[in-house]
Design a protein around this ligand. Sequence first.
Ligand SMILES: [Ca+2]
Ligand SMILES: [Ca+2]
Length: 323
Amino acid sequence: MKLKLDYMEIKFHSMKINSRGGVSFGGLLHLFLLATLAMLIGCDREKEPIPSFITVEPFELLPTDFGIHGSISNKITHADMFMFDSLENRAISLGVIELPATFPVLEEGSFSINIDPVIKANGSSLSLQGYPFYTRFSKTINLSTDAPITVKPTTTYSEDAVFEVVEDFEGTGETLFSVDRDGNPNTFMTRSNSDVFEGQTVGRVLLDTANATVAAQTAGLYDLTIGTAGKVFIELNYKTDVPLEFGLIPVEDNGQESEPILDWYVLAKNDWNKIYFDITNAISSTGSLRFAVVFNGQIPYEDGKYTLQQAEILFDNFKIVHF
Ligand SMILES: [Ca+2]
Ligand SMILES: [Ca+2]
């Protein structure tokens, strides 16, 4: 027998076993070498362990009660994941990963995998946040080095989520943003049945070079306070030819309005997109308890002229969600 390792070559001769069943000195030496070799091979295996592979598909948001939460459109881009080994009472963090993802794990056996939905708050990749109103997905998985597994996580809106407003821009009458703030009655939000996102209609503002600016405010005022587990978000599906600015207007009990807090933006977008605005800090930083929501948009003006002859702003599924 001849085994070749990277750094040494060992020749094994046939082992001599004496008539009493014992092993000769030469045989003992060979056993020692075999044991050493086995240890070396064992060490080598430890240096290059074989991983198990997990694939996590994109999240699916399942409805619980459309009458409460409205649309289930979502933009869950990432997942915050950990595995739990209940036998050894050990948690293994897998980190925040963009979905779908396939990754190796140096574990085998039974684990529970826990996956929290993560969104880009305010549309920013720098603000990845576990969305507090979506539930955690948990599942028991059996990790094996020779059978990769695929997990299809699902989530729902949390039972504790409070929907302060859910506007799907269906029906008739004035739209949610019916208060004019720009002084031009030619720019306002109507319902439109062309280029609809969901349902029959969406909210639409049309701008042109003679009416290039819109600023509109919700007629409704919203009671928003930060509880101990406080988080407040705006959700919106939108499609817009021009950049938009969104804000909150604190309103006192006597109806007096403070200056808008204009902290949230979206860029022009050719396709329908979904945004989650985190308005928690803005609400906690004011002493106000009631707010209106406002948005501003205008056709950009560069080198002495408007960049577009016409521009369209479309909204669907405006929500304010909090605990
Ligand atoms: Ca709609
Ligand atoms: Ca107007």
